[in-house]
Design a protein around this ligand. Structure first.
Ligand code: ADP
Ligand code: MG
Length: 341
């Protein structure tokens, strides 16, 4: 459930005053799109800001934040002088690696999310995910169950040993490897939120590869509108949400990243139980004030059946969800409808 705060009279007066000030400002916006980070597209659209300030915030955000996290969380590339997730993976079963504190914080958070999602989002599933990745790239066959089962013998989350005091990380089983695709985008979205606020951006929408962050409100005080794509035709929306003030909307679906074998679609989310893409749901959207929670919960609920998924969300703080199942039936958590426009 997302807790709502009751405003006192004074606060209402302050809001009324600030809204009247807002109305003197214009509705002009500036946009910036980044294509080189996290294997995705990131767009920032900001209001209530002049062009020079916007450009300089975007340049700083790129050099101080996007470049840094992109290097630390990269599983494919090495960077000179940087120990990143690839370094940790390459040294599985060999030695512990000294890393930046930002990386131990992140991996520690990923481990917590393993528990929050009841093991459905497991960053140590890398060995299984890379089998699927290879087959998806070739696009012809589905991996044999035996191959996936073999890969699954390297996925125990307890292989990931984090020492927060010394900032070391060790994957203690050779063959184990980390994949942070289900959480990194949401985690960095939170960092962007704090960064923009600290740099006086008061009204903006960020689309980080499908994780939508709202900073403040629209210039005239309205909520931002965030559309949830129709899984059958993603040019259209099935639901429009009203969001503002740090809310993040994350969607996991089977309609954008998948491949087809003998007419059957295989998407990029893998159940840690069956080791295959689940086909219960077409899309799951999660709303939260916490980007990484929204990101992992949308992936987890995509795997679970709607009953277990809604139960999990309803018991988790700061989290609402909407599930579109394979027959296009829509299910909502207790508080989700409050956010529908
Ligand atoms: P997207 O990246 O398209 O927004 P998700 O947030 O749902 O979608 O994350 C999917 C990615 O997470 C996959 O591409 C893969 O790298 C990784 N992944 C897939 N299944 C799991 C899982 N059960 N646990 C952890 N990571 C997963
Ligand atoms: Mg996710």
């Amino acid at each position: 459930m997302i807790k709502r705060f009751i405003s006192c009279g004074l606060l209402i007066l302050i809001i009324a005053f600030s809204v009247s000030c807002e109305q003197k400002k214009d509705n002009k916006s500036f946009s910036k799109t980044y294509y080189n980070y996290f294997d995705t597209v990131i767009t920032i659209k900001a209001y209530n800001i002049d062009k020079n300030s916007f450009n300089s915030v975007c340049d700083l955000l790129e050099s101080e934040l996007l470049e840094k996290y992109n290097q630390l969380f990269d599983i494919y590339n090495n960077y000179k002088g940087v120990n990143n997730i690839k370094t940790i993976n390459d040294n599985a079963g060999i030695k512990k690696i000294q890393v930046d504190e930002e990386l131990t914080d992140f991996l520690d958070c990923c481990k917590k999310m393993y528990n929050v999602t009841k093991g459905n989002v497991n960053i140590c599933l890398g060995s299984v995910l890379s089998v699927w990745h290879k087959y998806r790239d070739e696009g012809k066959k589905v991996p044999e169950k035996s191959k996936l089962e073999k890969a699954n013998s390297f996925t125990d989350i307890n292989n990931l040993v984090i020492n927060k005091k010394n900032n070391t990380v060790y994957l203690r089983q050779k063959g184990c490897n980390i994949d942070v695709g289900a959480i990194a985008k949401g985690y960095v979205t939170d960092k962007i939120n704090s960064y923009l606020i600290a740099h006086s951006v008061t009204s903006a929408v960020v689309n980080f590869g499908g994780n939508i962050l709202t900073v403040g409100k629209k210039p005239y005080g309205d909520d931002f509108s965030v559309g949830i794509a129709n899984p059958k035709d993603n040019r259209k929306n099935i639901i429009t949400l009203k969001c503002s003030n740090g809310l993040i909307v994350s969607t996991s679906g089977d309609y954008e990243r998948y491949y087809e074998v003998n007419g059957k679609k295989y998407c990029h989310i893998i159940s840690p139980i069956t080791l295959f893409p689940p086909d219960r749901n077409k899309s799951v959207t999660v709303i939260s004030n916490c980007g990484y929670l929204a990101d992992v919960m949308s992936t987890a609920l995509f795997i679970l059946n709607y009953d277990d998924g809604l139960d999990l969300v309803n018991k988790t703080d700061d989290c609402e969800a909407c599930i579109v199942d394979s027959s296009m039936k829509v299910y909502y958590s207790y508080g989700f409808k409050e956010f529908i426009k």
